[in-house]
Every structure is written in structure tokens, then in C-alpha cells.
Design a protein around this ligand. Sequence first.
Ligand SMILES: [Mn+2]
Length: 377
Amino acid sequence: MKIIHFSDTHLGYNDLDILNEQNINQREADFYDAFTQVVAQIKKIKPDYIIHTGDLFHRSSPSNRAITFALEQFKILDALNIPFILIAGNHSTPRTNLSSPILKIFESFKNIHVSYSQEYKKIEFKNALFHTLPHMNDDTKALEQIELCEKNINAEKKNIMMMHCSVGAWYLMQEFGEWVYPSDKEVIFSKMDYVALGHWHGFGRVGKHENVYYSGSTERTSLNDKRNSKGFVLVTLEEKNSSLFGDFNVEFKEIKIRPIVQKELDCEDFENVLIDASDTENAIVEVRLTNLTPLQSIEIQNAEIKAFFPDAMSVSVKREFKKGTNETDVTDVEALSLEEYFLEHIKEDADEKEYDRLKAKIGELFAQYEEANNDSL
Ligand SMILES: [Mn+2]
């Protein structure tokens, strides 16, 4: 039996204020592209089941575009005649009872089975039993639901548990309202053939359990997530009538996402610094200027740095000052723009009132400057 497990697709997520040729936020389009790649692989692999462990959409009230995209893709998946089971994550669960859960829109599809009601739901097939525990806002209720799940394990079939939560403190995403699975209930995992998890955005096996996996997200919802490897999981469970009975295999299948590339430019010898931009085509590039002196910080402009990476999708610049070369406290400031540096300078000579007046003026001037500067690029 083959199962494709994917998760945390966060459709509708956008970032970076960059539009593509279709006037869609480029990062939003990247998330749609990642989803499309998984669908293409599903069509190719033709698994027996498809499972998604939550955060299909980035918001509990997604945009029209995100909903339209999802409906188009689900229509393709539904036509494959493969059961597709999905659960709600914290991003798609309304925080009040006033709004309706978005996953409801998929209920009319023949092969799509959704679980979003903040309670245990058993979804049963001839040879497999899916124990779904969607995101729950109430921990006490969640505990009862886990117990209910345990009672429903049926050794005659393959038992697959699906959850969107953090198993152990290691997998906390630092998000509001996330659900932490109670550690004393981890014993249930050994009674399952596979435990499919969503919420943590990196692929990986959980702790000492050999059958418990996060598939990870299909794209990055934060540029702090430097993982360049995203994808889905292909699980193989051998059934009783097979000669390979008992065999269990989990394979991570990578998809191609926009790379994130970090570069460090040492400003000690800025004139002669060598820049290798060969790996930055269409990438999100993050440049760290290190060992900067305040004077260099004024001289070296972001536009100049960006010009080193003409094929990048975006370039962000972080400035780090050389330690111990400056007489002012400016060195303590990690990332300083020209505007901030200018203000620091004024602060030294002006009284508070005058500083406030100048600050507003400077803000205005810099906004104009940035605009003109961007246009020239
Ligand atoms: Mn997520």
C-alpha cells in the first residue's frame, strides 16, 4: 500500500511585495507552484491514498484566488479516484464558532474526505483506517478525542493516525493556539502503522518513534526557514496478503522550490571583494555586509549591492559593523540603514524637540530618495 503524505501547503500566503507577470504576488505564486508539483507527482506515482495533515490554506478565511486555485487542483485530484483525506490545522481552524470552516467546501467531492470539526473522526476503507485528529482549540477535549481514537484501532486493517500538532516541545512553531500532543499518549503511536503529522515545517522522523513523521511544508512561510529542501513523503506499508508483509518504508520526495542563498561580503577590503553570483538566478538572496565602517555604510548603497545579483528574484542587505572602530554607540546597532545612521548622528547634537522635528523631515526626504532610487533601477 502506497500513501502520499503532504502538509502545510499554506495556499494564499504572500510576501516580499514582488509581482510576477500575471500580477500575482511572486511568493504566493511560488506556493501554488509547489502544490502543483505535488499534484503532478501524485498523478505519476498513483498511490492508494493521499493524505494532507493540515494548513492547506494560510488563513481560515482565504482569498478568492487561493480558494479558486485549491478547487481547480482538488478537481484534478478527485478525478484520479484515489481517496484523499485531509484535516484542518491551526491556520484553517476559525478561532470562534461564528465563522464556518473553509474545508467544508470540499465535502461535495466524491473522493475527498475532510476532518475539521475539532473532534476525532474515523475514515474507513476496505484495507485502511484513518484516525483523524484535526486541530483542536481545547486541550481537555483533545485528550478525550485521543482516547476515542485509541479505542477505534482495528488490527485487521492498516491504522494511520493523522494530526496537526506539536509532538514534544521541539516542534513548536511559536504560533498562537498551537496544539501540543500530550506526551503520555505517545504510547498509542506504536499501535499505529503510520502516524502522519503536520504543523512542523521540516521533514523528519519524530524522536524515538520509527513510524511517526512530519512531512514538512511545501514552501517556506518565513525567510528564517533556510531549509532548501521541501517536498512530500511516500509511505509504503505492506499488507497481510503480501510476501513483503511487515515492510515499512518512508521516502522523502523533494520538489523544486525557489532557493534562498546567503552571501557574506567582507567590507574590510570591499574594493577587491569577489562576488560569485552564479547560484543566485531566481533566488531569494540575503547579503550580509560585515566589518563595515560607518563611512562605508554611507558609501555602499543597497542598490549597488543588488546590482551584483542581477538575476536574483530579491536581494536583502543586512549591515554588520566592524567592532571597536567607532567612537559612537552606533556600532551596537546590528542592521542600520542610511536613514537610521543619519538620525543617530543628529541625535548627538540636537535637543529632543529639534530631533523630533528633523526626524519627520528626514523620514520624508528618505522616502522620496528611496522612490527615486528604485525607479532608476
Ligand atoms: Mn503550518
